[in-house]
Design a protein around this ligand. Structure first.
Ligand code: ZN
Length: 569
């Protein structure tokens, strides 16, 4: 399953809006003052400036002394190749983006320009892609399809031209109009100029690499960019080992394609691997069978003979580009998405340690200090948060994938549009439940577990702020209301703060895990709807608390120390 934590993109949206023709208001700036483009109706420069401020500028630094002279040159090449992928992603979001970016650049420092850079386009990713510049709605097919195409037209074309099905549904083609018809154009053709440059830079990087597994990945990836054949290089990425410089580069996630959900977006993570932390967490893998056994449901619903292949990498992010850099920043990811590679090689979880640290300090701690009882807020430390993020990732791999007793029927297919929010809530509560099981086995101390519970409550506020139209946000609201109703969260009306009931949290978490897992095991679409309905409303006390959180940033805006450093490399 494709998965990325802390990205708004991973959500099911409402009915797709038929794309209106997109009018770019060209010409003079006129009365727009310092803005180089017309703001969307109802949008003001002040509101836009506030939206920009929701993203707190944060420098992502790292210990450059870990790199020798050759590795520094290698990193520089990879950063330069990443920028080529960044340019491709901008086009993938919207064909009009490069021209718009140029226009906005004519008035440097405007709020429009700043927000455009954060969002990679004129639509607000925090508000379901509501436009902030006067360009109309975002085409559901982004820049991958003709702006005016509908899902129906696309599907009818494939039904009438079955020989086109493979190329049209490929993750590595764009769809264009040609005459009266449609054609599929491979990425290697559509983005040839950028991909040729990116590939050349990756080959130069490969020559600088003394780690054979890294060299192989970079060479095969460079080839893939121009052949659209990614399988071999995905396998090479899974087999990276003992490498310090740890890149993840290419077309990966399909979130940007809201028309069909198949086209992949270019992105890049240039990171340094932390071997000690990675090995420490990898030891958790050994406990996964125990954790499956400890799920709070009857044994008949468990996968007791499941095998787990899930390498974990802890890294320091030094640069990102493309899809992942737009909107909300990724804190962990699980790749590749290609099912064939996953069957043969498994998948790898990558934890972006310095991004997690930054979000903890800039967002989670101030949230806790604002809405939680002081004695609990003061106990928060980053380690329980980091460990919960990791367990959330691992917990996606626990519990039912298939409806019990129905061969081959996936939970996802039964729960449909209710699946994502329910699965995110499951990963949260099963993650925390699993940490309780590990604490019982002595892997964590009781104090650590208490901090996990406090952190869990604070984090639900962070996540509800993503908006409850989005899977993570909806899943957090459900948890919060359930735990509150069951006494695991306590509200202090006098001080208007919440706290975790350290006594009742274990039971509350297990109770909710039980309900969510049983809904999944039985593919209970109605039950999922009833649970989400029952616990899907923001209560007045929470609404009040959320209002007070308006001053806390929603996310970070990364600035990369490597950009300055590498000038002398
Ligand atoms: Zn998740």
């Amino acid at each position: 399953m494709s998965h990325r934590t802390d990205s708004y993109a991973s959500h099911l949206r409402g009915p797709l809006v038929a794309a209106a023709s997109l009018l770019l208001v060209l010409g003079a700036c006129g009365d727009a003052g310092r803005e180089a483009a017309e703001l969307a109706p109802g949008m003001s420069a002040d509101v836009l400036a506030e939206d920009v401020e929701k993203f707190s500028p944060t420098t992502l630094s790292f210990d450059a002394s870990l790199l020798d002279a050759r590795q520094k040159k290698l990193v520089r090449k990879l950063v330069e190749a990443s920028d080529k992928m960044d340019a491709i992603f901008l086009k993938q979001v919207w064909a009009g983006n490069p021209a718009m970016a140029e226009r906005l650049a004519s008035v440097d420092g405007s709020a429009s320009q700043s927000f455009f850079k954060i969002m990679y386009g004129p639509w607000n990713r925090l508000e379901d892609n509501h436009p902030f510049l006067d360009v109309g709605p975002k085409p559901p097919g982004a820049g991958y399809y003709p702006a005016d195409i509908t899902k129906e037209e696309f599907e009818t074309w494939i039904a009438d031209h079955p020989e086109d099905a493979e190329a049209f549904t490929s993750g590595y083609t764009v769809i264009r109009r040609e005459g009266d018809g449609l054609v599929a154009i491979p990425y290697s053709v559509e983005y040839r100029a950028e991909l040729t440059e990116a590939g050349a830079l990756m080959r130069e990087a490969a020559e600088l690499a003394d780690n054979p597994s890294l060299k192989l990945f970079l060479e095969q990836r460079a080839d893939a960019l121009l052949s659209d054949e990614y399988f071999e290089s995905e396998v090479a990425w899974m087999r990276l080992e003992d490498n310090l410089v740890d890149p993840t580069m290419g077309p990966y996630e399909v979130y940007e394609d809201e028309l069909m959900g198949t086209k992949t977006a270019f992105e890049s993570f240039i990171t340094l691997r932390d071997p000690v932390e990675s090995d420490r967490l990898a030891s958790l893998e050994a406990y996964l069978p125990d954790l499956e056994r400890a799920l709070p449901i009857p044994d008949e619903y468990k996968y007791l003979d499941r095998t787990f292949t899930s390498p974990i990498s802890v890294v320091t992010e030094i640069y990102t580009a493309g899809d992942t850099r737009s909107g909300v920043q990724t804190i962990a990811f699980n790749l590749p998405n290609d099912e064939k590679v996953r069957e043969e090689e498994g998948s790898k979880k990558v934890m972006l340690r310095n991004v997690i640290d930054a979000k903890f300090e800039k967002i989670l701690r101030p949230i806790a200090q604002t809405v939680m009882a002081a004695e609990q807020a003061n106990r928060l430390t980053v380690d329980p948060y980091f460990t919960r993020v990791l367990m959330h990732e691992l917990a996606h791999g626990l519990g039912p994938d298939y409806v019990t007793g129905q061969e081959g029927v996936t939970v996802r297919s039964q729960l449909q549009e209710r699946y994502s929010a329910l699965e995110e809530a499951k990963a949260d509560v099963v993650g925390t439940h699993s940490l309780a099981v590990l604490a019982e086995q002595g892997v964590y101390t009781p104090e650590f577990l208490e901090e996990v519970y406090i952190d869990h409550v604070a984090d639900m506020f962070r996540c509800v702020r993503f908006g409850v139209g989005e899977a993570h946000g909806k899943g957090c609201l459900l948890q919060f209301n359930y735990l509150w109703e069951n006494g695991a969260i306590v509200y202090d009306a006098e001080h208007e703060v919440f706290s975790a009931s350290l006594e009742k949290m274990p039971e509350g978490i297990a109770g909710l895990a039980n309900q969510l897992l049983l809904i999944q095991a039985t593919g209970d679409y109605e039950g999922a709807g009833a649970l989400m309905e029952k616990y899907g409303q923001i209560q007045p006390e929470m609404a009040e608390a959320l209002k007070r959180l308006a001053v806390v940033p929603v996310d970070i805006k990364p600035e990369y120390a490597v950009k300055d450093m590498m000038e002398s490399w």
